[in-house]
Design a protein around this ligand. Structure first.
Ligand SMILES: Nc1ncnc2c1ncn2[C@@H]1O[C@H](COP(=O)(O)OP(=O)(O)OP(=O)(O)O)[C@@H](O)[C@H]1O
Length: 454
């Protein structure tokens, strides 16, 4: 845990920090209320130990100010002149405990145990808030019972892997459901009530990604105005999901390897080594072995991640499941958009069954969403589906050349997608492609994901 000790008495402040560090925790200190407020604004402390008398300030009045900055921050008040009255006052102001100075190691242990319970409760609340947000973001309920044997085998491995704490690598084309599988794995594991934190590896520059993962201290790089805790810390005790791991820059790979092997890391710009207890689940649509052969991915990291690997099959390899997913999305979208649409006509079902879905589940979901919004009928008809699905035309670029030359009707969105596909085909990195397209990497990453481009 990370503590902030607020006391104007330097000797006691340092002695308390030492005691905390001897117990294997981290301690920072502040000598007055203003410094304490600044530190709490900048850093994610797990608890504050606050002296009642801070020179001209009264620690009691500082409690609501600290809680205004971080509403769930556990504050323990301590004082040499502890009276029942001041203890009660501190609790009324929002402190969670009161310690009389000087306190013994045993008294401190008792407080620590209480703080740990509070911190777990806080994590639970954050997790529930996250779940509520996800329900509000209206993703369809994941289907988990599959007809296709290969998918059943995948689910079986995931279920068994969930019970161990081993790293899991999820491979598969874009849109096959790797992120959904990672969440399902977490939900079935012993860490289900702990945090699940996602990091999208290619969405950020190398520096920002490193800081997002491990955190940084103020001044670590230009623009680092304040201390920052990374996602490794946010995932403490739970699962850290590294999406698109195949695009993790080479410079960050040794740090991730160290996190996996030694469970140690440092924040950017800081020399203090921190321990972390997170389970790593990684996913990629890249051929990681090929990336290793090309020298773009470290072999030792690949083997460390590759303890348990599952491969999400593309949708075209799960023919029996395609219509079940389609019907599932129709029901979901009809409810979401308040439309009375009930299933697919036979003709529409046949188009969906025959099409090869290069963008996998994401493409299917987008297609159904569009159809549910646009249809005038009670069931989705073939006419509600995009022309390439009606014509069973899924080869990238196949539709493009003719419309471009003849000026036939084609949407800007289709043109944009085809152009992005082509540039990605002929460039060797996201960076190069983004430069040619005149957009930043994060935008390209989002567009690629939305369009289901591998
Ligand atoms: N089991 C499932 N049931 C219902 N919908 C699913 C399921 N799995 C995935 N989906 C839907 O498919 C879409 C793509 O899923 P997801 O983001 O998990 O794919 P991905 O393989 O991680 O893609 P990428 O490689 O581009 O990150 C999402 O809209 C998701 O809601």
């Amino acid at each position: 845990m990370d503590f902030l000790v607020v006391d104007d008495d330097q000797i006691f402040r340092e002695a308390t920090c030492l005691l905390i560090e001897e117990e294997g925790h981290f301690a920072a200190s502040a000598s007055n209320g203003d410094v304490a407020l600044e530190r709490v604004r900048e850093d994610k402390f797990d608890a504050v130990l606050l002296d009642l008398h801070l020179g001209r300030h009264n620690g009691l009045t500082l409690i609501p100010q600290l809680l205004k900055v971080r509403p769930n921050l556990p504050i323990v008040m301590f004082s040499a002149q502890g009276t029942v009255k001041t203890a009660v006052q501190a609790l009324h102001q929002g402190a969670v405990d009161f310690l009389e100075k000087p306190f013994t190691r045993d008294q401190f242990h008792a407080v620590l145990a209480r703080l740990r319970r509070l911190s777990e409760m806080g994590q639970k609340i954050e997790r529930l808030e996250q779940e509520v947000k996800e329900v509000q973001s209206q993703s369809p309920e994941p289907l988990i019972d599959f007809e296709t044997p290969v998918m059943r085998a995948v689910m079986d491995v995931l279920q068994r892997a969930a019970k161990s704490n081993a790293s899991v690598l999820i491979l598969g084309e874009s849109g096959t459901g790797k992120s959904v599988a990672a969440r399902a794995l977490h939900a079935q594991s012993n860490l289900a009530d702990r945090p699940f934190v996602t990091v999208s590896c290619p969405a950020l520059s190398k520096e920002l990604l490193e800081s997002q993962l491990f955190g940084h201290v103020r001044g670590a790089f230009t623009g680092a105005m304040r201390d920052h805790w990374g996602k490794v810390k946010a995932a403490e005790g739970g699962t850290l999901f590294l999406d698109e791991i195949g695009d993790l820059p080479l410079e960050i790979q040794p740090k991730l390897l160290r996190l996996l092997q030694e469970k140690e890391y440092e924040r950017l710009g800081e020399t203090i080594t921190r321990r972390s207890d997170v389970r790593i689940v990684a996913a990629t649509n890249r051929d990681l072995k090929k990336r290793v052969a090309e020298g773009a991915f470290r072999e030792d990291l690949y083997y460390r991640l590759n303890v348990i690997t599952v491969e999400m099959p593309p949708l075209r390899a799960r023919p029996k499941d395609v219509l079940r997913f389609a019907e599932h999305y129709v029901r979901h979208c009809a409810t979401q958009f308040g439309r009375t649409v009930d299933g697919l006509t036979d003709e529409a079902a046949e188009c969906i069954r025959r099409y090869s879905w290069p963008g996998n589940l994401r493409e299917l979901r987008n297609t159904i969403e569009r159809a549910v919004i646009l249809t005038h009928e009670k069931k989705i008809t073939a006419a509600d589906l995009p022309i390439e699905i009606r014509l069973n035309e899924s080869a990238p670029g196949a539709l493009l050349d003719a419309p471009l030359q003849t000026g036939a009707m084609v949407s800007l969105a289709t043109l944009e997608e085809q152009h992005i596909r082509r540039v990605l085909e002929v460039t060797s990195s996201m960076n190069e492609a983004a430069e040619i397209l005149g957009i930043d990497q994060a935008t390209l990453y989002r567009k690629r994901k939305k369009m289901g481009i591998k």
